[in-house]
Every structure is written in C-alpha cells, then in structure tokens.
Design a protein around this ligand. Structure first.
Ligand SMILES: Nc1nc2c(ncn2[C@@H]2O[C@H](COP(=O)(O)OP(=O)(O)O)[C@@H](O)[C@H]2O)c(=O)[nH]1
Ligand SMILES: [Mg+2]
Length: 302
C-alpha cells in the first residue's frame, strides 16, 4: 500500500466524520447563508478541530462571504482546504538538520504517547534515506523501556547507547559522543514519559538538554514532542503545557490511524504554534509519514 493511501486510510474515520458532515453541509448547488455557517461550525467541532480554530476558520469564511469571494458550498470547501494547509505549513515541517556533525533529536512526551515506537519508525525512515543513526536510551526508569528501544535498534541495524544504572543525562551525553565518534547523521534520544506537573522530571529534561549540548554544541537541534492523536483536545492542552517548559520545536502526532479526531492536528498546530513534522499511522516500522500539509488537508476535507 502506498504511503498516501495509508495516510488516507488512517484518516478514514476523521474523513467520514468531517467530510461526512461537510458533504451534507456543503452539498453541491447550495449557497452560503447563516444556516450553512452554523452547520459548518458544528461539523468542524465534531471532527475535533477545536473551538478556537473552528471560530477562526468560521470568521474567515464569513469575511470571504461578505466580500463576495465565497458564494457557494464548493467555494467554502476550496477555501477551507487552502486555509488548513496554509496553517499547517507555518514554521516548516522538515526535521531540523545540524550545519555540521550529528543532528541531535530529543524525544519527549507523556507515558504511552508512542515515543519509543515513533523513534523506531523514525530511525528506519532515516536509514532508508541513507543516514547513519545512533540511539540513546535515556528512558532509564524501566529496564523494559531500554529493551524496547534495543529491539527497535536491531530492526534497523543501528547502534544504541545504554547504561544499566545510568542517569538519563549521562546516557544522553554518551550517545551524543558516540554519534560524533561514529560520524552518525542523527542521534535520537528516548526519554521517560513525564507530565508537565512533575517538576523534578521536567528539570531532568533540562539536564538532558544541557548534557547533549555539552557533548555537541547547539544540541538538541530538534525537540520532538510525541502526541497521541486519539486523545483529541487533551493532546492540545498537553502540547501547550509541554511547550512552555520544554522548548518543543516539532510535533510527532502518533496513532492517526483509526481515530475520528484527526482534526485535532489542526488545533494542535494552531494553538501551540509548533509545526507537525511526522505522523504515525500504525504500529509497524513503516507506519510513519513525514507530514504533508496539503495531503493532510485534502484527506481531511475529502
Ligand atoms: N495504532 C498505533 N499505535 C501506536 C502508534 N504509535 C505507537 N503506538 C502504540 O502505542 C503504545 C505505546 O507506545 P510506546 O512507544 O511504548 O509509548 P511511550 O511510552 O511513549 O514510549 C504501543 O502499544 C505502540 O504500539 C501509531 O502510530 N498507531
Ligand atoms: Mg517509551
């Protein structure tokens, strides 16, 4: 199955909901009026686009309508697609790249968000483009977490740096050193799940950052926050809170397959102001997509 069709399949539920609702609201031949706008608002909220973003989109459609630039249901669909894609494009969707030496990617998020799995998929994706990758097992809380990352490293045939009782910052430092010594293109650091309310764990993230930059000046070049798409508006709140303390530079939205809440991606990008860079569309190693705003808007709106 092609990547685009997998993404489309992943978004099937959202599409049915959003496009299903929209198909009724924006039926061909219908003219724009207040009733249509009210129904449109409801359809967007149902797809978890979120109150703030829905309000902004509605205001935009209304302004276009008042200016006579949008008069039919088809016009509205086209305008929305363009708007959503444009919002998702802001800030750039490419993974950061260091000017020289390894690019250090620090991965964070709450427990179960999909951090380790997403790292496994990202590693394979980078390898497919010919990049060398070193993994750092800085989730030192549970032995199982290290084992899980080790399995992913074996799947892609990349080196992993781990310690049995190491503190996460020491692992991060060693992984960065190893990445430089082995001339890797990327060093990816897995971290323990944490909540923004866990002061000590949040400080630990700061320690990990400092250790990385001690080994490689300028690191981490990318701080990827992994968000579970199935949590919808909760993911939006999580991202806001995380961003305040962790200087997040990109989002990896996991579990977009089989969620009816894909619209949350738009809300997350909009409200948090950090670009989505990858999406996860399944549990398998190839179930990763570099984020494509146009394809996403198209899949979302049908
Ligand atoms: N369906 C689906 N499951 C995923 C995806 N990403 C991760 N998972 C699952 O989510 C669960 C938690 O993943 P894990 O990587 O251990 O999360 P972590 O605690 O953040 O490291 C596992 O069962 C994964 O297989 C995805 O894109 N789609
Ligand atoms: Mg993990």
């Amino acid at each position: 199955m092609g990547l685009f069709s997998r993404l489309k399949q992943g978004l099937a539920k959202t599409r049915e909901r959003l496009a299903g609702g929209l198909a009724t609201v924006l039926r061909i031949g219908r003219s724009v009026d207040e009733a249509l706008l009210a129904e449109l608002e409801e359809a967007l909220l149902l797809a978890d686009v979120g109150p703030a973003t829905t309000a902004a989109l509605l205001e935009g459609v209304r302004a276009e309508w008042k200016r006579g630039r949008v008069t039919t249901a088809e016009d509205v669909r086209g305008w929305l697609r363009g708007q959503i894609a444009e919002r998702l494009r802001m800030g750039g969707t490419q993974l950061a790249r260091a000017l020289e030496g390894p690019t250090v990617v620090l991965v964070c998020g709450v427990n179960g968000a999909g951090k380790t799995t997403s790292i496994g998929k990202l590693t394979a994706w980078l390898k497919r483009q010919g990049h060398g990758v070193v993994l750092g097992a800085a989730d030192t809380f549970r032995a199982a977490a290290v084992e899980q990352l080790t399995v992913w490293s074996e799947r892609s045939g990349v080196d992993i740096v781990k310690k049995h009782q190491g503190d996460p910052a020491a692992v991060a430092f060693d992984a960065c050193q190893a990445g430089r010594a082995r001339k890797a293109d990327y060093v990816i650091l897995d971290t323990a799940g944490r909540l923004h309310t866990q002061e000590n764990l949040m400080q630990e993230l700061g320690k990990i950052r400092r250790a990385a930059s001690k080994a490689i000046p300028g690191a981490p070049h990318e701080v990827l926050l992994v968000l579970d798409a199935t949590t919808g508006q909760n993911a939006v709140r999580q991202a806001e809170l995380f961003h305040k303390v962790a200087e997040v530079t990109g989002l990896f939205v996991s579990k977009l397959d089989g969620t009816a809440k894909g619209g949350a991606v738009v809300a997350i990008r909009d409200q948090v102001g950090v670009p989505v860079k990858f999406v996860g569309v399944g549990e398998a190693i190839e179930d990763i997509e570099p984020f494509d705003p146009d394809a996403f808007a198209k899949a979302l709106l049908g």
